[in-house]
Design a protein around this ligand. Structure first.
Ligand code: NAD
Length: 433
């Protein structure tokens, strides 16, 4: 496709390259501006909420196992604390940049507002390749990052969580380091912890379960019977594998899945528990007996009722959006659809349930974890799941009502709802200027 001379309806100059289409911060800004323009907000208020309130860069010297020192760069961006403490994960990846973390922090503000939980938005990251670091090096890196940001984090200030390449163990080190500096145990400083140290039942499955609740509501909206629906899922990690399992239990047929090792396709439907066993043994879905191998890019274009991108950013772009053959796209991943691609999907009548709604189950149960830690009283898993369902179904219908009222896509509606909720709080609190 010739992209040299293209512009889209937002005025985005696609000729300046795929680079801009694939820039998460650019996408986050366009999504914000499109929704904010419809709300006809005071430009002064827009100035307050568009930019992050605080961005911190830290240089982290770490003693390596071989006796040498290496200096890593870490980031923490607090996009907003208007509705409560900043909330958002910490990512360890070589591609982490201040711009990427800033986009992800902004999405967290809007995500927390869409589901109506009392948090702002934040995100953090360290530019590193965790696959080349030993467990002890990762522990020292994590502890140094937390120690350097000790005045930024806190249960009332900024509460991190896992993201790409960080896990329960990382969260345990964060909790311990913060607690050592505070001189007492502070479990509520971080979520996504192991159960033994203040984690919540149901947190591991929460994002996939939230995707299920959104797909159920979206299916009802378009008159699709979920027990007859076909589903394709990109990514078989925490989000994708749980969504696959729960959707299959609802009677849907999971006809294709992929991960970083490859894709598999079985039109009669995959046996998900057997696939989970295969992945536990082989660390990839590839080679699953009875299924045909399929190229990861082609997988996105398989005709199906529901497509769930649950891997990475920028998977549906203007290059392939026209060939997406699904009735519903439920964004398990953050930022899987670029702005030009989103317009193509909408034009083609695909119901896109945007990331800030579809994958908000994770942060919602993180909120439950924070509440339980602060109360010192822990809930049963069925209680966690039913509270999650109530919040997600309400949020879905709030977004659907906004979309119907303003005749906009679910993404624009979700941003409008979120921005309005943040602005309403600013108006009540007033601006301390
Ligand atoms: P994960 O690391 O558990 O799983 C990621 C999966 O994507 C793996 O199966 C991996 O093999 C696969 N993958 C990587 N590159 C791929 C490629 N090129 N093609 C196909 N598959 C590929 O991560 P996760 O926690 O499941 O997160 C997935 C996405 O969901 C990320 O965008 C993350 O930010 C987002 N998300 C996660 C949560 C959560 O609670 N885990 C919450 C909100 C959003």
């Amino acid at each position: 496709m010739d992209t040299e001379s293209m512009t889209d309806s937002t005025g985005m100059d696609m000729g300046s390259g795929i680079q801009r289409e694939l820039d998460p911060l650019e996408n986050a800004h366009i999504q914000f501006e499109e929704a904010a323009a419809r709300l006809k907000l005071d430009p002064a208020i827009l100035q307050i909420i568009k930019q992050p309130r605080r961005a911190t860069i830290v240089k982290l010297p770490v003693h390596m196992d071989d006796g040498s020192f290496r200096v890593f760069t870490g980031y923490r961006v607090q996009h907003s604390i208007v509705r409560g403490p900043a909330k958002g994960g910490i990512r360890y990846h070589p591609d982490v940049t201040l711009e990427e973390v800033t986009a992800l922090a902004a999405w967290m503000t809007w995500k927390c507002a869409v589901v109506g939980i009392p948090f702002g938005g934040g995100k953090g990251g360290i530019s590193c390749d965790p696959t080349t670091l030993s467990k002890t090096e990762l522990e020292r890196l994590t502890r140094r990052y937390v120690a350097d940001l000790i005045d930024v984090f806190g249960p009332e200030r900024d509460v991190p969580a896992p993201d790409v390449n960080t896990n329960e163990q990382t969260m345990a080190w964060i909790m311990d380091t913060y607690s050592m500096h505070a001189r007492h145990t502070v479990t509520s400083v971080v979520t996504g912890k192991p159960l033994l140290i203040g984690g919540s039942a149901g947190r591991r499955e929460a994002t996939g379960r939230g995707v299920l609740f959104c797909v159920r509501e979206a299916a009802k909206r378009i008159g699709l019977a979920l027990d007859k629906a076909t589903v394709v899922i990109q990514g078989f990690g925490n989000v994708g594998s749980v969504a696959a399992d729960l959707l299959a239990k609802d009677g849907a047929k999971i006809i294709a899945v992929s991960d970083v090792g490859g894709g598999i396709h079985l039109p009669s439907g995959l046996d998900i528990p057997a696939l989970q066993k295969h992945v536990a043994e082989h660390r990839t879905v590839a080679g699953f007996p009875g299924a045909e191998p399929i190229d990861g890019k082609k997988l996105l274009e398989i005709p199906c009722d529901v497509l769930i991108p649950a891997a990475l950013e920028n998977q549906i772009t203007q290059a392939n959006a026209g060939r997406i053959n699904a009735r519903i796209v439920a964004e398990g991943a953050n930022g899987p659809t670029t702005t030009p691609a989103d317009k193509i999907l909408n034009k083609n009548g695909v119901l896109v349930v945007p990331d800030i709604l579809a994958n908000s189950g994770g942060v919602t149960v993180s909120y439950f974890e924070w509440v339980q830690d602060r109360q010192g009283l822990f809930w049963r898993e069925d209680e966690v799941n039913s509270r999650l369902e109530q919040i997600m179904v309400d949020a879905f219908h709030d977004v659907a009502n906004m979309a119907d009222e303003h005749k906009v896509s679910f993404r624009v509606a979700a941003f409008m709802l979120a921005i309005k909720r943040v602005v309403d709080v600013i108006m009540l609190r007033g601006v301390y200027a």
